[in-house]
Design a protein around this ligand. Structure first.
Ligand code: BES
Ligand code: ZN
Ligand code: ZN
Length: 485
């Protein structure tokens, strides 16, 4: 899908589908030369996400889709994203190859944000689940023209890049685990680095990680025939950046639970256990196009958790690279084991000003917050607050959860320094997981995002939703990073 931009003073040229975004309470204004049945326009009120679809009577467009933006002069960005996504999907459904968006609105200060939401909604709405049928459906939509003010257009270009980061993450998420193995995650990271002069990548293999003493990370993939890696991406702006941020994403390409094996019902969903890693890669893909003045490091520990004669067993003790010993009481609490060494590596070798990890870490966060809110924990209130704020801007909502000394105390081991699960009577599974991670971050300001609820299975928002991956985290992190520049 190729997107190009024009002003509203230019004539609309031949298009399969003309999409007109309209505010509530005003008579629909169409571009010159386009005419539709009177009754269609007359019955349209412009309420948020209200649609009218019709053949055109005359003019350059075959068909016309009116979409409502709701009331006001600056519009709810979620409405704008959804409107653009509805249009992209209507185009696919009606086999349109070309679409023109007509946005004749004077929005003042909010124009750039409106444009970004439009670009995001369009790109995300056009995403289709990778299908692996022997004769896959061809996409119809090839060409999109956006006709709007300069400010809206400049926002839409950013939105296209941000949306592209989101859909990259979703493609990685939705790809089956036999085709998205740790080595495939490495290949995807290399592809992203190849596409930008400002991004470099290295992948530590098991030998390199052994040398660094990453016994916690390495214990998880012992039962798998797929070797583990620690991917390290670096984005550097042209000027020397004032701030250095490290992102860490859990990249479990399949989590069977290991010897503490999961029930078979819905185990297929555990291909999504690499969603944190996917979010980091999607973010880097977009950084290449946005080039903010901030240095960004991305760590993705990636591996597969399988039961086997070689697997780590309940009760085994492993040693992490910061010297702490961990009693593995449940091999299904593996995410924290790979994150532990990645976080310690960040503190030792990257020394960032702040670090943010994203992980499908606990089923408990789904109970606490459901599928619409990501849980945030950490050691720095300002950092958590900033992520909550970015959540409001992007619609990727974030809600704080506590880590108290009680949770930290509960993760102390009797055999090792730590154990990898909390006591049954403690509950608060997301908080104890966060408390476990806090042992590996040192003094660095840190936030942990538990995306187990939001990474897939979210409600339908037109641009995402249903059983597939959401790419959660990409738009959130990009909003946060752009504000650091
Ligand atoms: N990947 C899972 C968490 C998960 C569960 C994500 C359901 C999304 C949906 C994680 O590795 C895990 O299995 N966690 C355990 C921890 C427990 C053994 C302390 C869990 O949440 O049950
Ligand atoms: Zn698990
Ligand atoms: Zn897991």
């Amino acid at each position: 899908m190729k997107v190009s931009y024009k002003t509203v003073s230019a004539k609309v040229t031949k298009t399969d589908l003309l999409v007109v975004l309209l505010p509530e309470g005003r008579k629909p204004k169409l571009p010159g030369g386009v005419s539709i049945p009177k009754s269609v326009a007359a019955s349209f009120s412009g309420k948020s996400r209200e649609t009218r679809f019709t053949d055109a009577i005359d003019g350059p467009a075959e068909r016309v889709l009116l979409i409502g933006l709701g009331e006001g002069t600056s519009f709810d960005l979620e409405t704008v994203r959804r409107a653009a996504a509805i249009a992209a999907q209507k185009a696919e459904k009606t086999d349109a190859a070309s679409v023109t968006f007509w946005v004749d609105l004077k929005l003042g200060k909010s124009a750039q944000d409106f444009g970004q939401a439009l670009g995001e909604g369009l790109t995300m709405g056009a995403y289709q689940l990778v299908d692996f049928k022997s004769s896959p459906k061809k996409r119809s939509l090839k060409k999109v023209v956006i006709q709007a003010s300069k400010e809206i257009t400049s926002g839409a270009k950013i939105g296209e890049i941000v949306g592209g980061g989101n859909t990259l993450a979703r493609r990685l998420q939705d790809t089956p685990a036999n085709m998205m193995r740790p080595k495939d995650m490495v290949a995807e990271a290399r592809k992203i680095a190849k596409g930008s002069a400002r991004i470099s990548v290295k992948a530590l293999d098991e030998k390199a990680m052994e040398k660094l003493g990453m016994g916690s990370l390495l214990s998880v993939s012992r039962g798998s025939s797929e070797p583990a890696y620690l991917i390290h991406l670096v984005y550097k702006p042209t000027k020397k950046a004032k701030r250095k941020i490290c992102l860490v994403g859990k990249g479990l390409t399949f989590d069977s639970g290991g010897i503490s094996i999961k029930p078979s019902a819905r185990m297929d969903e555990m291909k999504y256990d690499m969603s944190g890693g996917a979010a980091v890669l999607g973010t880097f893909h977009a950084l290449a196009g946005l080039h903010p003045e901030v240095e960004v490091h991305g760590l993705v520990p990636t591996s597969e958790n399988m039961p086997d004669a070689m697997s780590v067993k309940p009760g085994d003790v492993v040693t992490a690279s910061n010297g702490l010993t961990i009693e593995v009481l449940n091999t299904d609490a593996e995410g924290r084991l790979i994150l532990a060494d990645a976080l310690a590596y960040a503190g030792k070798t990257i020394k960032p000003d702040a670090m943010i990890d994203l992980a499908t870490l606990t089923g408990a966060v789904v109970v606490a917050l459901g599928h619409e809110l990501t849980g945030v924990m950490g050691n720095d209130e300002a950092l958590s607050d900033a992520l909550v704020a970015s959540g409001k801007t992007t619609g990727e909502l974030v809600w704080p959860l506590p880590i108290i000394d009680f949770h930290k105390e509960d993760m102390k081991g009797s055999v090792g320094d730590l154990k990898n699960i909390g006591s049954p009577s403690t509950g608060a599974g997301s908080c104890t997981a966060g408390a476990f991670l806090s042992n590996f971050v040192g003094e660095i300001p840190w936030a942990h995002l538990d995306i187990a609820g939001t990474a897939w299975g979210a409600t339908n928002r037109d641009y995402q939703g249903g059983s597939a991956g959401t790419g959660v985290g990409v738009r959130l992190l990009l909003d946060y990073l752009m504000k650091q520049a």
